[in-house]
Design a binder for this molecule. Sequence first.
Ligand code: FDA
Length: 371
Amino acid sequence: MKKYDYLIVGAGLFGAVFAHEATKKGKTCLVIDKRGHIGGNIYTEEVEGIQVHRYGAHIFHTSRKDVWEYINQFAEFNHFVNSPIAVYKDELYNLPFNMNTFHQLWGVKTPAQAKAKIQEQIARMHITHPKNLEEQALALVGQDVYEKLIEGYTRKQWGRECKDLPSFIIKRLPLRYTYDNNYFKDPYQGIPKGGYTRIIKKMLEGVQVCLNTDFFANKKELMDQAEKVLFTGMIDEFYDYCYGELEYRSLRFETETLEMGNYQGNAVVNYTDYEVPYTRIIEHKHFEFGTQPKTVITREYPAAWEKGREPYYPVNDPKNSELFDKYERKALEEKKVLFGGRLGMYRYMDMDQVIEEALAMAETELAYEEE
Ligand code: FDA
């Protein structure tokens, strides 16, 4: 008999949910992570009494009542609503694109006036079959919204001109004809009081966790200790890149503590102008309505990905999707290894989707194990 029922590679949200469910069912789990902390990318740490989102702004939102109830077992959530601001040169706009934005752009006051303005701009473009992202965006929202709020931001994010990006990246660009700055449409939204790390800590209560432990440094010994493995790292790395490397976009974060109580008056401010090198500034205290004397801000810079850098966003274009299919087919043949999470499944997922997927995997896997 092996020492553990499950070796779980990755102490992020996916690994933690699975470990929690397996432990509840009486299974023994060893969770390892190559980082020096639990939580993966949702890790938060306290600085000056403020919960700092080390790997970018994380706002929990979901349309699923069961997922909301699940996460609420581990934390109390506040009533934070994400209402980002966009800065374009010396102009300021509300996001997502809504009546406030349209009023700020053109002085229009009614939905009919806003619709007429946008339709007039779209019609002027004469784009019937968008060939690239620029044409797609112009055909959906017209010139002003595109030029001031989409073009520079998207170019920075992808490191390429919008003309050179495929149109499928933007399938739809919701335009909201109400005065509503709530970014998410989901009925459940908030920030966990005291940060996300606490949630993961609670999920991992009673589970053995080894940090600063890279799976690949001791793959065989680690695998030999467990009946089964859940791997939430990069699937191509697991297979030693046998079919080639999957591509990602990366990010760079610059965090600063400032000797002032309030820097920008909002948790998230996007910089949509190409000339500003970062895409957004996060002021962490505003996620929790903080009143601390100091403040902590993070500038988020898009970055090209290369081995050794943190892979943030999978590039789900046809080339990478085809490559991932090959790895996925190989993964399906595994008897002992399961793949999960954003890197194991090579898919961008919000936290609620991660919970949903991890619970589904736990349900299938643990029911099967019980038979
Ligand atoms: P995650 O990457 O968190 O965990 C995987 C873990 O495996 C990592 O800790 C890693 O160190 C470890 N690992 C990898 N390889 C290993 C190895 N070889 N050996 C040991 N350990 C290894 N979602 C949302 O709902 N609202 C939001 O506002 C945001 N915001 C947001 C901003 C940014 C900038 C990004 C990139 C993403 C978001 N998200 C989000 C998405 C959210 O971050 C995501 O859903 C979860 O963090 C994914 O959890 P996972 O466990 O899948 O991966």
